[in-house]
Design a protein around this ligand. Structure first.
Ligand SMILES: Cc1cc2nc3c(=O)[nH]c(=O)nc-3n(C[C@H](O)[C@H](O)[C@H](O)COP(=O)(O)O)c2cc1C
Length: 178
């Protein structure tokens, strides 16, 4: 078998600065169990204490990417076979839909649809923010680009005071939807 044929499909996991990001290792583990190789691209704000970066680097075996490389540096990740954005914030969804590429995460997302690879998004956005008309427009625009969205998730605690399960595997199910 050639090296090319033996390569596992490569999944970009884009992580935004939402509180639920603390559990993103659940998504990486689930992806690895489904035979994806994973590389994490985090927004600069997400790198600032939203998840355990050392644990995620140990899990993926690769450095987390957040800043642009210098022109002389090689691309640290292979091209993606699929992209997941989880959790996706109000901020990142709106900037992505508007075509803003001022962080590595946004630049990667803006390019991804043009690459023709499947893209799955699990937003974590409070109802009060999701009511903003710009957010509704952004979802519509990204859906028109072929981006697949999970059901809305607000992160608000239920009557029992506990935050409902985020359901990280929904992202992988969306990728496999065909
Ligand atoms: C503790 C904490 C939790 C947050 N959780 C969310 C969230 O669930 N969803 C969201 O859209 N923004 C959330 N925010 C606000 C975002 O971090 C903020 O809008 C930030 O600019 C998003 O940056 P990013 O989209 O580049 O990751 C949270 C902020 C803090 C401090």
């Amino acid at each position: 078998m050639t090296e090319q044929a033996a390569r596992k499909p490569f999944l970009y996991v884009v992580v935004c600065a939402a509180g639920i990001a603390a559990d993103v290792s659940k998504l990486i583990t689930a992806a690895q169990e489904r035979d994806w190789e994973t590389g994490v691209i985090a927004t600069p704000v997400a790198m600032n204490g939203f998840f355990d970066t050392a644990a995620v680097e140990a899990l993926t075996g690769r450095p987390i990417r957040s800043a642009w490389r210098t022109p002389a540096e090689p691309r640290p990740f292979p091209a993606p076979d699929a992209v997941v954005v989880a959790p996706a914030t109000f901020n990142t969804v709106n900037k992505w839909a508007a075509g803003i590429a001022d962080t590595l995460a946004l630049g990667t997302l803006c390019e991804a649809a043009g690459l023709g690879v499947p893209i799955a998004v699990l937003p974590c956005v409070a109802d009060a923010l999701a009511a903003h008309p710009a957010y509704r427009d952004s979802l519509e625009r990204l859906r028109d680009m072929g981006v697949r969205f999970g059901e809305p998730y607000t992160g608000e605690p239920g009557d029992d005071g506990a935050r409902p399960e985020f359901g990280w595997e929904r992202a992988l199910d969306l990728l496999e939807r065909g």
